[in-house]
Design a protein around this ligand. Structure first.
Ligand code: GLA
Length: 677
């Protein structure tokens, strides 16, 4: 982890796009930034056309003035390479570098992200503009960090991609025999006799080959990473002391494996836009925990969030008073060293004119700007949380970087490749959704007041007392061994249905489901029965009833104890939930989609403590050096709540002994420990 140069404490600011505004507005901008306590802006992320209006002709004068102005006003720059938005001339000069969709349509300029990362002319143009920027600003005192590109995620199916895909496949599989075997091309006569016969998975007549599609998504992730690396190499060469990052975006359409990318950035940075306001708090916790996982437990940065509105389906929703602050504090509590937004000033035109800004259309005389300003005054008070070094033996792993560590002793496994694979067409149920399964696991912990880490399959998991494994469809032998070893050493695992099914090539593990986990879970399944409606489940200990939906299966215990059975339907009286002792630990298996209450019951049986805070109140602990600890208490509800806590309120200096009172949508950060005060 490397921190933006010249910045201490927490980062506060957002995407700044001065090219959209006349120069006099820039002066108002910096004055308002000072008022709001902004110390970092992402600059120039979509300004290629202003920087290079025709091929090779650079116009840096305006950016010189912006950078000088920012510097004079104490704002540092996360200077972006503008490569996510090539100018109109680029596509006209290089039509072969415009992306081709799966159905063969070549897209044209008119939006953003209209390029192919495998087109040599695009990479050359990107490297050229990156070099020009870095040569120009390498010594500028405002330069704090490089922000390469924006939200990598755009795929393409053109012939450049086909060539690069083949080269990638050769490196991955070695021989055509191995590839044919891995992809099971014997089915439907897909056997490849020459590498040149292989194309990207373009639109085809009926179901595509899932192994082909999966390898393509893996390839795209690495092709984009190659594009990032090409820019990073230039920036490292010219500015070795300036950290380099890119902003990760998360979604089913994003073919990026962020576990792999996290190794290539100096600071993990994410953008987060909750899908709805009702679930915004739990989704924010989810995204923040995921970012911390990618960062290996080290500090990371929330690079973008919405200031005023959230896009939700057919209409946008305004964040309610206090939510900008609460969501920002959630990120900080869970490891972000700052809170940044898209964008500083809401645009008056262009594609995203209705996206909120820190300065909305109404200007600074607005509720949103007042909350932004108050948040900017608040964050410096919390700087100690980011600066205190971590305790040497915190569960997330020790490190020498500044920044206390979030305390978490439960983990959820996260694997984007499972997400990609599980949602293939032609699978047993289109209602089995990986993200839903992982969200439910995380939600149960969040609602129970338990802070969770996300872990990468195959990781050693010694620090966790419980690990949840939702929908881990693809499992390599190494991952299966790691999970088994974790349980043998005394860990508790809760595995949910459609896990352990396939190997890393998406081929079914034979001999009974859940293939890779049969011995670990002490069960064998010979048949899946996806459900059209709910089926009753009865718990063995007290006869309580619940229901399963989406999925069921014929489970035969092979050493496992039955905790709940199906009570009706084709599987009447057969096991629905089991528990198996394996070595010194226990492994639970949930063979259907349980509602939250029933799933929570299984988690409590597995050792999850009862909730310590009222619903909607979030408690997160961070541990620093010498016994120092901070408690973030965030009340997402519109009622007042009390929680049990002790310490000194970092914001007011008040001493809290036993009872902490939280106002509606209120919050507190308490410091405790031997050096507190
Ligand atoms: C993303 C992008 C921004 C902007 C926002 C809002 O996070 O990085 O450029 O488009 O979404 O939609």
């Amino acid at each position: 982890m490397r921190w933006p140069k010249g910045l201490d404490g927490l980062c506060y600011g957002g995407d700044y796009n001065p090219e959209q505004w006349p120069e006099e507005v820039w002066h108002e901008d910096v004055a308002l930034m000072r008022e709001a306590g902004v110390n970092l802006v992402t600059l120039g992320v979509f300004s290629w056309a202003r920087l290079e209006p025709s091929p090779g002709r650079h116009t840096f004068g305006w950016l010189d003035r912006v950078l000088d102005l920012l510097h004079e006003n104490g704002v540092r720059a996360d200077l972006a390479t503008p490569t996510a938005s090539p100018p109109p001339w680029f596509g006209l000069a290089h039509p072969d570098a415009l992306p081709v969709s799966a159905d063969g349509t070549r897209l044209t300029h008119g939006s953003r992200d209209t390029y192919c990362v495998c087109a040599p002319s695009y990479t050359e143009a990107c490297v050229r503009v990156t070099r020009a920027l870095a040569e120009r600003y390498r010594d500028h005192p405002a330069l704090a960090m490089w922000h390469v590109h924006n939200e990598y995620g755009t795929g393409c199916h053109c012939d450049h991609v086909a060539r690069a895909f083949r080269a990638w496949l050769r490196a991955r599989h070695g021989t055509l025999e191995a590839l044919n075997d891995a992809w099971t091309t014997a089915f439907w006569s897909q056997n490849y006799a020459d590498w040149d016969e292989i194309a990207p998975p373009r639109a085809t007549q009926y179901l595509p080959n899932p192994s082909h599609v999966l390898d393509f998504r893996r390839f795209l992730s690495q092709a984009m990473l190659g594009h990032y690396r090409a820019q990073k190499a230039v920036l490292r060469e010219l500015t070795p002391d300036v950290p380099v990052t890119t902003n990760f975006v998360f979604g089913g359409w994003v073919p990026v494996n962020h576990w792999e990318w996290a190794d290539e950035v100096d600071l993990v940075a994410i953008d987060h836009y909750p899908e709805g306001l009702e679930e915004a708090a739990e989704q924010t916790a989810f995204a923040a925990d995921l970012a911390r996982g990618w960062a290996g437990g080290r500090p990371w940065l929330l690079m973008e969030q919405a200031a005023g509105v959230v896009y939700t389906g057919p209409r946008m929703r305004a964040k309610r008073p206090g939510e900008i602050t609460l969501h920002s504090l959630q990120h900080v509590a869970r490891g972000s060293r700052g809170a940044m937004f898209f964008q500083w000033r809401a645009s008056r035109g262009g594609a995203e004119l209705w996206h909120g800004g820190m300065v909305p259309h109404a200007g600074p005389d607005s509720r949103v700007f007042r909350e932004i300003r108050d948040l900017g005054r608040l964050l410096p008070e919390l700087a100690e949380v980011g600066e205190d070094p971590p305790a040497p033996a915190s569960p997330a792993g020790a490190g020498s970087e500044a920044g206390s560590r979030v305390v978490a002793d439960v983990a959820v496994l996260w694997d984007p490749e499972c997400w990609w694979a599980v949602e293939s067409p032609g699978f047993p149920s289109s209602e089995v959704r990986y993200l839903d399964a992982v969200r439910q696991a995380h939600r149960m912990l969040w609602r129970g007041g338990v802070t969770a880490d996300f872990a990468r399959p195959g990781d050693d998991l010694p620090a966790y007392r419980m690990v949840l494994v939702p929908g881990l469809y693809l499992v390599s032998d190494a991952t299966a061994r790691a999970l088994s070893a974790y349980v043998e050493r005394g860990g508790t695992l809760v595995v949910s249905f459609f896990s352990g099914i396939a190997d890393e090539h998406a081929r079914v593990r034979l001999g009974g489901y859940p293939g890779a986990f049969r011995d670990l879970l002490g069960v064998r399944v010979d048949e899946f029965l996806p459900l059209a409606g709910p089926v009753p489940i009865r718990f063995e200990d007290d006869g309580a009833e619940a229901s399963g939906t989406v999925w069921s299966e014929r489970v035969e215990p092979r050493g496992a104890e039955v905790l709940a059975r199906y009570a009706g339907g084709d599987l009447d009286r057969l096991p629905a939930v089991t528990e198996h002792t394996h070595g010194a630990g226990r492994a639970f298996y949930v063979s259907t989609h349980l509602d939250d209450d029933a799933y929570g019951r299984i988690l409590r049986r597995a050792g999850l403590p009862a909730a310590v805070a009222p619903p909607g109140v979030e408690l997160v602990r961070r541990r620093g050096a010498a016994g120092r600890e901070w408690l973030f208490a965030l009340n997402h509800t519109t009622e007042e709540h009390e929680v049990t806590a002790n310490g000194t309120d970092v914001l007011t200096g008040a001493s809290v002994e036993g009872t902490l009172r939280l106002r509606p949508r209120g919050f507190a950060v308490l410091r405790a420990g031997s050096q507190g005060g």
